[in-house]
Design a protein around this ligand. Structure first.
Ligand code: NAP
Length: 280
């Protein structure tokens, strides 16, 4: 059993950071669980991440969430004490001190998996398409493989990055891994799950997926979230996806996993997600 941490100060660190929902989410988790924590947002200079992290923990900080553009630097800082999830993702979004040493984990992938389960997705034996081959795509591959997906196709604007990702995970995978361009995708893929891990929704664009992408009951999941359906979600609905979802649930779930790592107490993400959705 974990002892309650005497450190009670937590934060999210990034640049930019003003938009972050993490302080609001963790405040709700603290209310819900009665854990006596504070949680703030820290804007780090682009060239000053390591110094900010060192100062935070030297002044008694308990844990940090790390966001754009510092997840790779966080990985390097915690290199001596990485979780298997962080190693597979090649990036860290959760830092904490343990026995005087900095530790790092990546909770994005497990956050996605928990949200997919909340949505009723069946992953064992599923045929999955991941659009995008950046940091977020890398972070979700191991959890998808561990969940028993039968095959994972990765398509990317820069095909070599998709090929590299597929090759990097194929050795350890029970799933069949393929990587390439969007043009390489079969015209009628019939995927059970299509995940948009590109940043295209930021430009209100959808990745160029072939028509007929969804199997009966197929789910479309955009890692990005917004007040309205994203371009990818609209594309999926028009292409016959049975269900579409954005990444707000993943955001809350990854935060819940970080909270659990830090405090040893698991908050209930459901009511927090409902309230956050209403506030968008
Ligand atoms: P990243 O490392 O910068 O990778 C961006 C990816 O998007 C690359 O594969 C890139 O292709 C592709 N891309 C960018 N613009 C595109 C366009 N117009 N059309 C097609 N592909 C495009 O970013 P990331 O960290 O992986 O983040 C990706 C998305 O995941 C972001 O929207 C982010 O907000 C979201 N995310 C959500 C959560 C959550 O909790 N919900 C957590 C993490 C990330 P190239 O390789 O060809 O450049």
């Amino acid at each position: 059993m974990m002892l309650p941490s005497p450190r009670t100060r937590y934060a999210v660190i990034g640049n930019p950071i003003a938009h972050s929902k993490s302080p609001w989410i963790h405040a709700r988790f603290a209310e819900q669980t009665g854990e006596p924590i504070t949680y703030e947002a820290i804007l780090a200079p682009v060239d000053g991440f390591a110094a900010q992290v060192e100062a935070f923990f030297a002044s008694g900080g308990g844990g940090l969430n790390v966001t754009v553009p510092f997840k790779l630097q966080a990985f390097e800082l915690a290199r001596a004490n990485l979780s298997p999830r962080a190693r597979a993702a090649g990036a860290v979004n959760t830092l904490w001190m343990q026995d005087g040493a900095l530790h790092g984990c990546n909770t994005d992938g497990v956050g996605l998996l928990n949200d997919l389960r909340r949505l009723g997705a069946r992953l064992a034996g599923a045929r999955v398409l991941v659009a995008g081959a950046g940091g977020a795509a890398r972070g979700i591959l191991l959890p998808l493989i561990e969940a028993g997906c039968a095959s994972i196709d990765i398509a990317n604007r820069t095909p070599s990055r998709a090929q590299e990702l597929a090759a990097a995970f194929s050795a350890s995978a029970g799933a069949v891994m393929r990587g390439g361009s969007y043009a390489d995708l079969p015209a009628d893929g019939h995927w059970d799950l299509v995940i948009n891990a590109t940043a295209s929704s930021l430009d209100d664009e959808a990745p160029p997926l072939p028509a007929g992408a969804y199997a009966p009951g197929g789910l479309a999941y955009d890692l990005m979230y917004a007040a309205r359906p994203t371009a990818f979600m609209r594309q999926a609905a028009a292409d016959g996806a049975a269900a579409v979802a954005d990444g707000l649930g993943m955001l809350v779930e990854q935060a819940a996993e970080s909270f659990f790592i830090w405090r040893g107490v698991r908050p209930d993400p459901g009511p927090v997600l409902t309230a956050l959705r209403t506030s968008l």
